[in-house]
Every structure is written in structure tokens, then in C-alpha cells.
Design a protein around this ligand. Structure first.
Ligand code: SF4
Length: 446
């Protein structure tokens, strides 16, 4: 019987059905970082448990690390404590850690693929919402909370609710200047920030087929912003080419055998879907958010909604967003004056993102009142970008060139908005306070 990728991966990793109706799933790869792991290790320690599969567990530091002045101890005592706890826990439990100074230090969702740890047909878990990124490879990847991090450390398993599958087909061809980020922002606007509840999103169609792995990661990354539990793309030749030669990818004949198996972990023709949606990719335009959730977006030629013209149940949310952002109904989004430009985060901080941004800023200057930060997703990305001279293009344009980390995506390090600043951000969340100032304003864009 024809099956979706989700069903195949689910079945292949099922340990048993639980009386609760959930499935106990074996987790092939567990990625951890400094913020959601310390309490999980403490819980393990207090029960005298070991890490069940340390060789399936990999750690890096990303959320709290400064992107300049990275000397230890950090000025922020809390950040230093989290960092020290991760180092101690990894030492004690035999878990590899890509620490500051390692070429592989970086945002957890950037280094997994970069190292070839993320592979098709896997189950993956990480204590960060945007773990859905790894679905770009045809993996089923769950963002989990701290108590689930404990569960995976102790048992390498998770108890998961069954999921429906929505196939989202993006047809046509993207116009010049329209990127993967525009596609996912448009999908979230159309389906709603809660529209994916209970679903896995399967992205497909000619636009997705033509995308690079970096672009597919951008789309899968934001699945969670549409409330989908996971998002994935069926693996294909683009996936296999990306993985070949990466440190943790199989080698030689093992790679050939792996590709054979990976090819079988696609959704079959005629597989049953719980829902199917088609989006015309040719009609999309560069998209930017104007509000306080990622579904409140508009094409660059568009105008902001007028609450008076909306159904009653939508008015309050739009009014709240317009008031917080200090925007007027019907206002054009083009021409909005920004204070900060942030290029980074697990959505858009890979080498191809930086190359594209550098191509656009080359020969230009930031306006004198704008603070610009470029934060590569990993140290490997930073070094590769520097080898191409991209850092010089950015600094010549007035941007600050930083070390790898999450930075102003969630501002758990010193990179923060001040007061009412407006930031054009390549990250994935525009919630109130997300970028460090409770009243700071975020415009999500490419
Ligand atoms: S860049 Fe942002 S979304 Fe991505 S892992 Fe870091 S904090 Fe999470």
C-alpha cells in the first residue's frame, strides 16, 4: 500500500504503541545545546541514570554565546553557567561537544546538516522549536522541551502523538528576487499560524524540487511557525549530492547502499494525504511581516490590513499588532524606516544566504542610522565566507561581521534591540520582545 514518508519513518522507528494512543519512537539523532539541556542532565543525575546512546547525541553551543569578545568566563554569569554545565555534562556522559573554537561550533540546525549527521529517513530530536529544519533531508525532526530532552537522553525514545500529513505543492517558478523565505512566509500567511496543528507538512512541487538544500532548510525551518509539528521534503538527488563526502555521511559502498535505502524513504505515488494544498509559486513576491506573528505578512508591493474590513474574530489581533508596531491600516510596507538589519539565525545564515546578501550589499552602504549585523550560522560558514571575501563586502557596506551563534534571533546573548528599534531580520520569529527589547519591533524578511 502506498505510504507517505512520514508513515515509513514512523513505522521504521516504532518501538511500541502506548496505552495512551501515542507511539514510542526511537530517535536516531539527538542534538543538544546549552539552554535546554542542563536541567535534563540534572534530572538524569538525580535518578542515577546514564545517557542511553551517547554516540547518537551531539552537542554545540549557540543560543547564549557572544558573537564578539568570546573569552571565558563570559561577562554574563548565567551564560557562563549554562556553558560550563554543558561542558561538564558532555565530559561526564561521553558526548561529543563542538565548543567555542571548533570549526563545527554553530547553530545546532546549521551544524547537523553541515556535518552530515542529518540524513534521510531518520528521526531527529532537539530541544529547540526549529528542529523541523532537518526535515529538508527527508528526516522527521521534532523540536522538544526539556523533560523530553531528559527522556531522549535516558532512553533514546519519545512518546509522540500520531500526525496527519498535509502535502503543500508549490507550483510554477519563483520570480527573480523571490526566495525560499518568501515561500514559507506566504504559506504561513495562507494556512495560518495555527493551521498546521496536528500535521506534518510535506513540501513538494516544482519550486521545492528546484531548490537547493539550503533553501529547503529555510522552508522546513519555519514549519513550526505555522504550528506544524514537523515539515519535510522527500529526499532526491539534490539531497544525496549535498550529503556525499560530509564527515558523518556514509562512505564508499556504504554511501551507495545508503542512497538506495534513502530513495525508498520517499512518499510513494498515490500515498494518502489528510489534506493537500497548492500554492502558485509564480505569483509570490518578496514578503515581509508587518505584525507580531509570522503569519502577519504582506508582499512588498502590498498594504497593511484595515481591521474595519476584517471579520469580527480577526479584528482584535490585527489592531493589537498595528498598535504594537506603530503602523496604520492601509499603510504601504515598502519604505518602512528600519534601525537595525540582522542577517543570521538557523533560517538564513548559511553560506548561500551570505553570498546572496553580499551580492546585494556590494557597492552599497548602510544608511548612517542603521546598525547592521551579519552572524554566520557556524564557524565553518564564517571561515568559508571569509575565504571568499564576503566579510570584506559586508564590512565595507557598514555591517558588523560576527562569530557564529543564534545572536539577535532570540537575544539570549548581548546582541539585542534597544527600546523601540525596528529590525529587518532574516530570522523566524517576530513575537513581542523576541529580539531582546520588550518593545522592540521585528520585520521578518529574507
Ligand atoms: S537561531 Fe533562533 S530559532 Fe534557530 S536555534 Fe537559534 S534561537 Fe532557535
Amino acid at each position: 500500500m502506498a505510504q507517505t514518508l512520514l508513515q515509513k519513518v514512523w513505522d521504521a522507528h516504532t518501538v511500541r504503541r502506548l496505552p495512551t494512543g501515542q507511539t514510542q519512537l526511537f530517535i536516531g539523532l539527538h542534538l543538544i545545546h546549552e539552554v535546554t539541556s542542563p536541567q535534563a542532565f540534572d534530572m538524569l543525575r538525580s535518578r542515577g541514570w546514564r545517557v542511553a546512546f551517547p554516540h547518537r547525541t551531539f552537542a554545540t553551543v549557540d543560543h547564549i554565546v557572544p558573537t564578539i569578545r568570546r573569552e571565558r568566563p563570559f561577562a554574563d554569569a548565567m551564560a557562563e553557567a549554562m556553558m560550563s554545565a554543558l561542558e561538564r555534562n558532555c565530559r561526564e556522559y561521553g558526548i561529543p561537544l563542538y565548543d567555542l573554537g571548533s570549526e563545527n561550533q554553530g547553530i545546532v540546525h546549521v551544524i547537523g546538516p553541515q556535518l552530515g549527521l542529518t540524513q534521510p529517513g531518520m528521526t531527529i530530536a532537539c530541544g529547540d522549536s526549529h528542529t523541523s529544519t532537518h526535515g529538508a533531508f527527508g528526516a522527521v525532526a521534532f523540536g522538544i522541551g526539556t523533560s523530553q530532552v531528559r527522556d531522549v537522553l535516558a532512553s533514546q525514545c519519545l512518546a509522540m502523538n500520531p500526525l496527519k500529513v498535509r502535502r503543500i505543492e508549490v507550483t510554477g517558478r519563483l520570480r527573480p528576487g523571490v526566495y525560499a523565505k518568501d515561500v514559507i512566509l506566504s504559506i504561513i500567511r495562507q494556512l495560518g499560524v495555527n493551521g498546521g496543528a496536528g500535521y506534518a507538512y510535506e513540501y513538494a512541487g516544482p519550486v521545492v524540487d528546484a531548490m537547493s538544500m539550503d533553501e529547503r532548510m529555510t522552508i522546513c525551518n519555519m514549519s513550526i511557525e505555522g504550528a506544524a509539528r514537523v515539515g519535510y521534503v522527500n529526499p532526491d538527488e539534490t539531497t544525496f549530492r549535498y550529503l556525499e563526502g560530509r564527515p558523518f555521511a556514509p562512505k564508499g559502498e556504504d554511501f551507495t547502499r545508503a542512497v538506495e535505502w534513502w530513495r525508498s524513504m520517499r512518499s510513494d505515488p498515490g500515498a494518502p494525504y489528510d489534506d493537500e494544498v497548492t500554492i502558485d509559486g509564480s505569483a509570490l513576491e518578496p514578503t515581509v511581516t508587518w505584525g507580531i506573528n509570522p503569519g502577519q505578512s504582506v508582499g512588498v508591493t502590498g498594504t497593511l490590513p484595515d481591521p474595519a474590513s476584517l471579520p469580527a474574530d480577526e479584528r482584535a489581533g490585527v489592531e493589537e499588532a498595528l498598535a504594537f508596531m506603530d503602523f496604520r491600516p492601509g499603510q504601504r510596507i515598502a519604505g518602512t524606516k528600519i534601525d537595525v538589519a540582522f542577517i543570521g539565525s538557523c533560517t538564513n545564515s548559511r553560506l548561500s544566504d551570505l553570498r546572496e546578501a553580499a551580492r546585494i550589499v556590494a557597492g552599497n552602504r548602510l544608511a548612517p542610522h542603521v546598525r547592521g549585523l551579519v552572524v554566520p550560522g557556524s564557524e565553518a560558514v564564517r571561515r568559508a565566507a571569509e575565504a571568499e571575501g564576503l566579510h570584506e563586502i559586508f564590512t565595507a557596506a557598514g555591517f558588523e561581521w560576527r562569530g557564529a551563534g543564534c545572536s539577535m534571533c532570540l537575544a539570549m546573548n548581548p546582541d539585542r534591540l534597544q527600546g523601540r528599534e525596528i529590525c529587518a531580520s532574516s530570522s523566524n520569529r517576530n513575537f513581542k520582545g523576541r529580539q531582546g527589547s520588550p518593545v522592540g519591533r521585528t520585520l521578518l524578511t529574507v
